[in-house]
Design a protein around this ligand. Structure first.
Ligand code: KIV
Length: 288
């Protein structure tokens, strides 16, 4: 039996226990069946179907163009591959800024149609009623504080958050409020490491950082950044563990060369007809 078969499915209580045991939680985005399968087999604890898919998979400028239908479609593909990893799906732009009923309806689609285990919602105080309602309805919610990409236009770009005392304290207040409202975890993005440490200390739920230093309960990165897979942005906090974009491109270039020069396909890649069929087809003609 392989490690993956033996591993028990990750749950929200397991994640909280990992924080208590100071066992770092691993989280990575995934947007389709193969990326989720590979990450799952590598032992990732949480797979995030992030709305970053708008940029890295769909080619948009930001995450604001991503729709609920996009999220459901990609979440379905990821959950088909996830056997033990805990799948969290992002609530896309504006799905949490109408009524609580609308938000519940959207969250319900990610769980019922997408088969996600939980949803992630960007924001602090303003989303508390939705967090409470979702949690009450049995939908686990992960918060997202610090740099919240859906507010990129309001924030004036992808900037580090919580640099001054007031905004650092606000992050701590928001994290506590999210915990109290029932969130099972928080993603903290682009925040100074010293501030992250205080946020993580202030709550019992896991705080997963991205560009937030090492002193939190786990780390999350974007799949395409980790693998240098046609990703144009390389934020300072990203570590690239492989150059698969270059590998893919040089493999495809070689394919193009071989097709153009008729090196591919070779004899061994072709199927053969029977001698009799060939005889009748070609007669005395020269065969290809
Ligand atoms: O959408 C996403 O990929 C995210 C991560 C950056 C945490 O929210």
């Amino acid at each position: 039996m392989s490690d993956v078969q033996e591993k028990k499915p990750i749950t929200t209580s397991k994640l909280r226990q990992m924080k208590q045991n100071k066992e770092p939680i691993t989280m990575l985005t995934a947007y389709d069946y193969p990326s989720a399968k590979l990450a799952e087999e590598a032992g990732i604890d949480i797979l995030l179907v992030g709305d970053s898919l708008g940029m890295v998979v769909l080619g948009y400028e930001s995450t604001v163009s991503v729709t609920m239908d996009d999220m459901v479609h990609h979440t379905k593909a990821v959950t088909r591959a996830a056997k033990t990893a805990f799948v969290v799906a992002d609530m896309p732009f504006l799905t949490c800024h109408g009524s609580v009923e609308e938000a519940i309806h959207h969250a319900g689609r990610l769980i019922q149609e997408g088969n996600a285990k939980a949803v992630k919602i960007e924001g602090g105080e303003e989303i508390l009623p939705i967090v409470k309602r979702c949690t009450k309805a049995g939908i686990p919610v992960m918060g997202h504080l610090g740099l919240t990409p859906q507010s990129v236009h309001q924030l004036g770009g992808y900037k580090v958050q919580g640099k001054d005392l007031e905004s650092a304290k606000q992050l701590i207040t928001d994290a506590k409020a999210l915990e109290e409202a029932g969130a099972f975890g928080i993603v903290l993005e682009c925040v100074p490491a010293e501030v992250t440490a205080k946020v993580a200390e202030a709550v019992e739920i896991p705080v997963i950082g991205i560009g937030a230093g090492v002193q939190c309960d786990g780390q999350v990165l974007v799949f395409h950044d980790v693998l240098s897979y046609a990703s144009n942005l390389t934020p300072k906090f990203v570590k690239s563990y492989a150059q698969i974009g270059d590998m893919i491109q040089s493999a495809i270039s070689q394919y193009v060369i071989e097709v153009r020069s008729r090196q591919f396909p070779e004899q061994r890649h072709s199927f053969a007809a029977s001698e009799e069929t060939i005889q009748q087809l070609y007669g005395e003609e020269v065969r290809v």
